[in-house]
Design a protein around this ligand. Structure first.
Ligand code: NAD
Ligand code: DAU
Length: 333
């Protein structure tokens, strides 16, 4: 089986490439990635010499590259996206290009080349925020940010291709992932690495927003289950069942690193900040999947990973990152 993984040099994509090569002998993985600021081939150093793995540098909006890469593929898993909500607020254009047009370009190639399975990696953010209850796959889409609106645009195209052309598609919508190899702009790696360096941890608003944390390894096993067992044309929510307020998460990170709460800084809130995400995952659990990583254990392991891999994140926290940080957190940088 030949699987094309797009965005395989990013956080979840690289974990998924490693997961596939570790689990299956008889498969070939092609990683198509543009290598944006978030793409990093160092994430895959340990598998880059594996004969079953190949890397293609390219943009999912480039129809010629996409067609050439997908030719002969049995399945495509599309992780490639612009992914950071704050960056989508300061500059939405790349989100529309990659998350909307890129998805369209992939769907056209899948249709033309008769690829047998296309899995779109989406997000629980497409449902928007809810103070009570949990969203199911039938819930309305109500995205708040340019990021989540772009992801919703991708999802709607995917489902339209299924209805109109019978394109063999699947969608997963997962909650917040955490683990090793996550670019230090998202809350967990940013706060761990800032705390290691005794830098301030910028908490947006009152810090009482809730996110449901899913270890990246659990997301990988869920994506694998949906890719192989999911029903075509269907959407599957994937959550960790760990709803935690940002402030509680921040305090736990500080505690695990032996740092004081004086590092916490309350900063101006994110515009349109969703209060709470919560998804019902009965549908993916019916495929036999369940999360294996306990949140407390997963967070401890994640803190240890960043403590043990300073070269990896220190290289990233330079150049482009510094400019972004100064702009996003003026006053703190
Ligand atoms: P990431 O930002 O770490 O990585 C994105 C990858 O996509 C990078 O390697 C980047 O180079 C590549 N890429 C970006 N634009 C591209 C383009 N035009 N062509 C080819 N490659 C391109 O992202 P992530 O956090 O690993 O997220 C992966 C997917 O999972 C995304 O689709 C995201 O929406 C979704 N998701 C993420 C989370 C999370 O908590 N991180 C949760 C739910 C869903
Ligand atoms: O829910 C899934 C989504 O999770 C994915 O689709 C996105 O790609 C991913 O980035 C993530 O989005 P969030 O906006 O939830 O993640 P982020 O780490 O940016 O923020 C998590 C929470 O922490 C959110 O309530 C905002 C808050 N936060 C974040 C940062 C970066 C802070 O308080 N301070 C910060 O500096």
């Amino acid at each position: 089986m030949r699987i094309v993984v797009t965005g395989g040099a990013g956080f979840i994509g690289s974990n998924f490439v490693r997961y596939l090569l570790g689990k299956y002998d008889d498969l070939e993985v092609v990683n198509l990635d543009k290598l944006t600021y978030a793409g990093n081939l160092e994430n895959l150093r340990d598998v880059e010499d594996d004969a079953r793995y190949a890397f293609v540098k390219g943009d999912i909006c480039d129809a010629a590259v996409v067609r050439a890469t997908l030719d002969g593929a049995d399945a495509v898993v599309n992780f490639a996206a612009e992914t950071h909500v704050d960056r989508s607020i300061s500059g939405p254009q790349d989100f529309i290009s990659t998350d909307v047009l890129g998805t369209h370009t992939l769907l056209e190639a899948v249709r033309e080349l008769d690829v047998k399975r296309y899995l779109q990696i989406s997000t629980d953010e497409v449902y928007g925020s809810t103070e009570t209850g949990s969203f199911t796959e039938e819930s309305d889409l109500a995205p708040s940010s340019p990021y989540s609106a772009s992801k919703a645009g991708g999802d709607l195209q995917v489902l339209a291709y299924y209805r109109t052309y019978g394109t063999p598609v699947l969608i997963t919508r997962s909650s917040n992932n955490y683990g090793g190899w996550q670019y230090p702009e998202k809350i967990i790696p940013l706060f761990i690495t800032n705390a290691i360096d005794d830098q301030a941890l910028p908490v947006y608003g009152d810090g009482l927003n809730v996110r449901d944390w899913l270890h990246v390894e659990d997301n990988c096993s869920a994506v694998d289950a949906v890719l192989h067992e999911g029903e075509l044309g269907e959407v599957y929510n994937i959550g960790g069942g760990n709803e935690v307020r940002n402030l509680a998460l921040t305090r736990r990170i500080l505690e695990l690193l032996g740092k004081g709460e004086d590092l916490i800084r309350y900063v101006v809130d994110r515009p349109g900040h969703d209060r709470r995400y919560s998804i019902d995952c009965a549908k993916v659990r019916a495929l036999g999947w369940e999360p294996a990583v306990d949140f407390e254990d997963g967070l401890e392991r994640t803190v240890a990973w960043y403590r043990d891999n300073p070269d990896w994140w220190r290289r990233l926290k330079s150049g482009e990152w510094r400019e972004y940080y100064a702009q996003q957190y003026s006053g703190l940088a």
